[in-house]
Design a protein around this ligand. Structure first.
Ligand SMILES: [Zn+2]
Ligand SMILES: [Zn+2]
Length: 338
């Protein structure tokens, strides 16, 4: 006699796990850390992560392409960069300003001004705040633009100019592709991992009460975030955040790595703060943009200080994966800390 196994029946009856409330859009699976640091290592997961990051249209491949084009056509060579002169310094500032306006501005225009995909895949249902006194000019988007353009672009350019000048004058050794292509590629791959390490620790520091009050709270005015929020930071935070690039003064690398590293820091922040999980064109997903992992940090503060590339939050107990279960653990932890 054929009977339905009891567990199969139960499977059908099983209710969906409780969902986190108060969100317009939740990813279909919990936020994950990269498998690079899981032990025992899972080669299949690592290969899938690698392909997802480097063999598809992703923030990483987009920024790599952008860096390559700007390095080939819009970055001075060593013979120019060896003498500090207003021409090329202002040229770089103009190039960086234009890139920021096109990318952050373009995303803002698409998602928030023209509302091209309405609230589809938008994590938070709220719009950018207007008429709120907390923000400069009482306008969240204008406030965020001000800090991104005035400080973000300026410090990005200053660091780029300084390091290119050091390379051009051979104060720092230059790695060339022909000499060591394996290390050249390895540095490109290691930049996001180094950034993840640097970001977690400076971010923990910025959440130390005195620094939070005076510096980091400016970035956290944005509970609901948009592309301009990514680099909307107090000048001190902007500078500290970008110091990740100083690693090139001690690790053998090239001017191209510096150009890529800075653009990665800037545009990873801009794109990951989009507020939308992915960009759709005619209802079809084109590319993942926002990071729910960091969106959770903006809503709940005491979780997800890192970015998941290196699982520091999981190691130190502050990881929130966006599920109701994880949220319960998080509120319990917060209650105990109070
Ligand atoms: Zn924070
Ligand atoms: Zn943020």
């Amino acid at each position: 006699m054929l009977t339905t196994p009891a567990n199969e029946h139960e499977e059908i009856q099983k209710p969906n796990p409780p969902q986190l409330s108060g969100w317009n859009w939740l990813p279909d699976k919990p936020a994950e850390n990269s498998p690079l640091f899981s032990w025992p290592a899972n080669p299949r997961k690592i290969a899938a992560w690698f392909l997802g990051s480097y063999a598809t249209l992703s923030i990483r491949t987009f920024v790599l392409a952008l860096a390559l084009v700007s390095w080939l056509f819009l970055t001075p060579g060593p013979e120019v960069a060896m003498v500090l002169a207003p021409g090329w310094v202002l040229g770089l500032f103009g190039r960086n300003l234009a890139m920021m306006l096109i990318i952050a501005g373009g995303l803002h225009l698409y998602f928030y001004t023209l509302r091209k995909q309405g609230t589809e895949r938008k994590f938070d249902k709220r719009e950018m705040a207007k008429g709120v006194a907390t923000f400069k000019f009482k306008d969240q988007a204008l406030d965020n633009m001000y800090f991104s353009l005035v400080y973000g672009v300026t410090f990005w350019t200053m660091l780029e100019v300084g390091i290119l000048w050091l390379f051009a004058n051979e104060y720092v050794s230059v790695l060339s592709w022909n000499e060591n292509p394996v290390w050249f590629l390895a540095v490109l791959f290691l930049i996001p991992i180094w950034h993840s390490f640097h970001f977690y620790w400076i971010h923990r520091l910025l959440h130390w009460k005195p620094l939070y009050k005076t510096v980091h709270s400016l970035h956290h005015r944005n509970v609901n975030i948009g592309p301009w929020s990514g680099m909307s930071m107090h000048p001190a935070e902007s500078l500290i955040y970008l110091t990740s690039v100083l690693i090139h003064l001690v690790v053998l690398s090239s001017p191209f790595h510096v150009v890529y590293h800075l653009q990665f820091l800037i545009f990873n922040a801009v794109i990951a703060h989009s507020g939308f999980e992915s960009l759709l064109v005619k209802d079809r997903e084109v590319v993942h943009v926002g990071r729910f992992h960091h969106q959770l940090h903006h809503r709940y503060f005491e979780c997800n200080y890192g970015n998941g590339e290196m699982p520091w939050d999981a190691w130190f107990g502050s990881f929130h994966d966006g599920t109701a279960e994880s949220h319960e653990r998080f509120t319990e932890r917060r209650r105990k800390m109070a």
